[in-house]
Design a protein around this ligand. Sequence first.
Ligand code: PMP
Ligand code: GLU
Length: 395
Amino acid sequence: MSQGLSPNLQHLETSATIAISQEAKRRRAAGEDVIDLGAGEPDFPTPSIPADAGVRAIREGKTHYPANEGILELRAAAAKHLSLLSGGRPVNADHVVISNGSKQSLFNVCFSLFGPGDVVAIPAPAWVSYPQIVHLTRARPVLVPGDPEWSLKVGVRDLERVVPGAQGLILCSPCNPTGGVYTHAEIKAIAQWAVERKVWVITDEIYRRIHYGPGPAPSFLDLPDELLERVVVIYGVSKAYAMTGWRIGIALAPGKIAKAMAALQSHTTTGANHPAQFAAAAALGDERVEQDVMRMVAEFRKRRDLVVGRFRRDLPGVEFVDPLGAFYFFFRVDSLGGSSGTEFCTRLITESGVALVPGSAFGDDRYVRLSYAAATGDIERALEKIVGFAKKLGD
Ligand code: PMP
Ligand code: GLU
């Protein structure tokens, strides 16, 4: 960042995932044929039940300032929903805070918990915004490299080795950018370590419903209460409910932290978009919307199979993480003529018209991320181009 700006912004860079989507849009507007598999944004319309509830809320005049911590209807719906996903465990609606997107929820929790001198562990590869958000608190993010033999996940041994004195840990499962999913036993082991070490765990479970195993992905909320005293769960409607533009995020935090997060946003955004909160409450509280979610997840699964099948068949030497959740495919490009992720993506968009995100955005530039949250026809066309380009590089 340029001189003259506050030291608060000394590490700030624009989000690479967002910058790549904008670049794809700019090229398209200039007449280029660009397929965007960069952005992680469902291509489905918002299901009609939440969409109608949002419109109705506007018509009914729910257009004034909302309750600071979120409307009761949504906090109750979120608590009930999270409870149902974890076998009916009690979830206290008073501990739910609604924000303008889970990105803001993440910012609020990090800003409430961390500050100068603190270290926050982030398993890598990691979604681009985690280190940036930690930097904004003036704490220090430390990337903990995931094990390539283990879907790039980390275990207690990795955490002990790299960050024994961390104050916080941000874990993402199902993972953006890898599609890897932590098992119940893996989550439990990390939770036990965090309790022993008095580490705050921020568990980003926004992709929990987009899981290709049985039921929702394993969650910290499946653990007993004594392992949850320092755990903040981040959830949201953007991904599974195709509601990215409504900007609603959900956090479930211990009471004191929930209060701090609400107080913080009372001075920044006042609260989350009021009518959008009614839309989100309708999404989480209606069995018919669950059918919509299942249909979308089934479609994501088909697209995942398409991508995996094509790579296995046509690029058998290219390693990738087995995608078990979310809608990302993370593959290694350094075997292709020694290319870095950045070179691969820069040349791919220019020479073949496909936008992907280089692994540098996530802390490992040996890889590239492909988002299959896009129309099947676009994925098929893009795969044709990616395979052709990769073969050319590998020759
Ligand atoms: N966490 C992860 C891992 C994400 O991929 C995203 C997507 N932008 C978010 C949080 C934020 O989502 P939103 O702010 O739209 O709720
Ligand atoms: N989370 C999505 C992605 O990783 C959307 C863009 C963003 O917010 O980073 O592509």
